[in-house]
Design a protein around this ligand. Structure first.
Ligand code: MLT
Length: 261
């Protein structure tokens, strides 16, 4: 079931399916809640599943030149307040993982579990910050070209032909975004803080899903974040888009996380 509410003068769009202990799914950059479409039926057998269009993505509105991870987390909190949820499990894909961490830091007592899926608790490196500035310039030149180049490069090289149709679908979804919202998310990701120690030390259930061939995130850096911690680690063969490249294994592992951990 799809729902809307107003947040700081903008619309927030989300879906609410099933019943049971609530699981909140947060998509990544350039995506929207439709990325979870094939997974929701599995999770909703036993849980209440809320999928949110983050600020400036999908059908949710734009509020600022920069959408910080804290802004996006605050919008998520508006929805959990509206739904009167006091304890949730968060599954965040990539940028959705950054937002999940910002949410968990602000409201640790509300979080039962947090799964970082193809995401990181680290801040951007100096190099990555420079890349964000270049990306912002590229979006201003032609956001369509930026999307058409960026999206295929989220997949492992060997998967770019195999998943051509899915890549085209992701591009089609991303092209619905306004260029200023793409820039606002890039600015927000660039400014995000390091939450490695916060995540390692948090007392809620933690899982990290890592794509061994993720072109966006460094495998060794991610492994280091989980070393000598109680974070469960799942390694998958594909790239940054586990929900497409490793759909079955991903579903199995998230179901395990929400049901048994
Ligand atoms: C995402 O998929 O959300 C982005 O690639 C994350 C990022 O650029 O850091």
């Amino acid at each position: 079931m799809q729902h809307f509410l107003t947040y700081k003068g903008a619309i927030l769009h989300f879906s609410d399916t099933g019943s049971g202990s609530p699981v909140v799914l947060l998509h990544g950059f350039l995506a929207n809640q439709s990325m979870w479409n094939t997974l929701v039926p599995h999770f909703a057998k036993t849980h209440r599943v809320i999928c949110i269009d983050l600020l400036g993505h999908g059908q949710s509105g734009h509020i600022s030149e920069t959408h910080t991870m804290e802004d996006m987390a605050d919008a998520v909190k508006t929805i959990t307040n509206h739904l009167q949820l006091d304890c949730i499990t968060l599954i965040g894909h990539s940028m959705g993982g950054y937002v999940s961490l910002a949410f968990a830091e602000a409201y640790p007592n509300m979080v039962k579990g947090l799964c970082l899926m193809n995401s990181t608790a680290a801040a951007d490196s100096e190099q990555k910050k420079q890349n964000r500035d270049r990306a912002i310039e590229a979006v201003k030149q032609s956001y369509k070209r930026f999307i058409r180049i960026t999206v295929p490069n989220l997949f492992a090289k060997t998967n770019q032909t195999i998943f051509k149709a899915d890549i085209n679908m992701c591009i089609e979804q991303a092209l619905k975004m306004a260029p200023q919202s793409i820039v606002a998310a890039l600015n927000g990701m660039k400014q995000r803080k390091d939450r490695i120690e916060f995540f390692r030390n948090a007392s809620f259930n933690k899982m990290m899903i890592i794509g061994r061939n993720d072109p966006i995130l460094n495998y060794d850096d991610l492994k280091k974040q989980t070393k000598k911690s109680d974070i469960s680690v799942v390694e998958l063969e594909g790239g940054h888009m586990s929900h497409i490249e490793n759909m079955k294994e991903l579903t199995y592992n998230i179901v395990y996380f929400i049901e048994f951990l």
